[in-house]
Design a protein around this ligand. Structure first.
Ligand code: PMP
Length: 377
């Protein structure tokens, strides 16, 4: 086992700076955000033209890449921290420990900076360099571990749990474990914010919502909220290859085949965030559509999205848009479907926008992506 005791956390800040403006000094509400916490959420819905045209539906992406930490996970990070504060578990100068594919860690590190905490992030070595660089830049202490399955005690999630216990014992200001997979503060963020935003932005005219599962917080929280508003709304899961959730919904077995280069998604178990809310409808949950999306189907969607519509998105967004198209085909023309634009493609430039990497994985890429074909005319 890796020894958690070897991880040194930086000294806690000596002074917690609270810089909120006095209510009397605040200017009006027209697009003004009162600092970091207030900047999370309320993202726009963006019409995806090509996906809409191909299906005869209205397909929208919720622009989560516009959150201050650059991903959908800022919402979960903020709720995990607020929940720990409300329960009295997090004291000024305390340490937030988390196992993450990167985005939750980035969100936590930034929330921590804004609220006077430290972060220690455990991340599988296989995750993109860009996310690791951002984590270090944000001030997180990074612990890179081999990418091993959940059942292995050195899996990044389990490792981070042990590390949190260790730091809580030795750090005078204490430590908490974010535990994003099983901590339901995660899905609560989407139940209280993302879901209502989608309902309001579509004026209640949404017919379907679909996204992939990492922790399951997004699909469970949004799905539960929308189903309560209108039980006819289809709630879908788009599963990347190598994940078990499609087979779980289809036949209640946790089996997978194939692989995907997408990061932050691809689950092999029923997480605490999926329990209850994110189960299939027959078991009392809100999920009533599921599909698998291959990288071969998904990646061309984001290459075209960049070239034809101007949005540079990451790999999980590719799976999400692929899923939205499948749900649109199931519902038929004339329906309104929402999915999640999780984060920017620049976070994976060395992978999904790198021809050598794609070639090494035997994946398709458009000619224009090859630097040898650069347009100099
Ligand atoms: N996309 C990306 C890029 C992510 O980092 C994550 C979270 N790990 C997800 C999608 C999935 O979101 P959730 O954890 O809410 O299922």
């Amino acid at each position: 086992l890796f020894s958690p005791t070897r991880v040194r956390v930086q000294a806690a800040p000596t002074r917690v700076v609270r810089m909120e403006a006095k209510a009397s000094a605040r200017i009006g509400d027209l697009g003004v955000r009162q600092g970091f916490v207030d900047s999370v959420g309320n993202t726009p819905l963006i019409r995806l033209h090509a996906a809409s045209q191909a299906t005869g539906c209205e397909i929208y992406g919720k622009a989560e890449f516009l959150n201050p930490g650059g991903s959908v996970k800022d919402r979960a990070a903020l709720y995990i921290v607020k929940d720990a504060e409300e329960k009295g578990l997090l004291k000024p100068g305390g340490v937030i420990v988390e196992g993450t594919a990167g985005n939750t860690g980035i969100g936590l590190a930034l929330v921590a900076n804004a609220r006077g905490y430290k972060t220690v992030i455990v991340i599988p070595k296989t995750q993109s360099q860009e996310k690791k660089d951002m984590l270090r830049l944000a001030g997180a202490t990074l612990v890179e571990v081999p990418a091993v399955p959940y059942k292995n005690p050195n899996n990044y999630v389990k490792y981070s749990g042990r590390l949190a216990e260790e730091i809580a014992r030795t750090n005078p200001n204490g430590a908490i474990w974010g535990n994003q997979f099983d901590n339901v503060a995660n899905r609560q963020a989407h139940y209280e914010t993302t879901g209502p935003e989608i309902w309001n932005q579509t004026e209640g005219k949404v017919d379907g919502f679909i996204c992939a599962i990492g922790t399951g917080g997004t699909v469970a929280g949004v799905g539960k909220y929308l189903k309560e508003k209108n039980p006819n709304i289809k709630i879908g899961v788009a599963d990347p290859m190598g994940a078990c959730m499609y087979n779980f919904y289809e036949k209640e077995v946790l089996e997978s085949s194939g692989t995907s280069i997408s990061e932050g998604i691809g689950q092999g178990r029923v997480t605490g965030n999926l329990e209850g809310w994110g189960l299939p409808e027959r078991d009392g949950g809100c999920i009533d559509f599921w599909c698998q999306v291959t990288d071969e189907e998904a990646l061309p969607l984001i290459y075209d999205l960049l070239k034809q519509e101007g949005f540079c998105m990451g790999g999980s967004t590719a799976i999400n848009i692929g899923g939205a198209i499948k749900l649109a085909k199931q519902l038929g023309p004339g329906h309104t479907i929402v999915t999640i634009l999780c984060d920017l493609g620049t976070r994976y430039q060395s992978k999904i926008f790198n021809v050598d990497f794609l070639k090494s994985k035997g994946l398709p890429f458009p000619e224009w992506l090859d630097p040898a074909n650069q347009d100099t005319s």
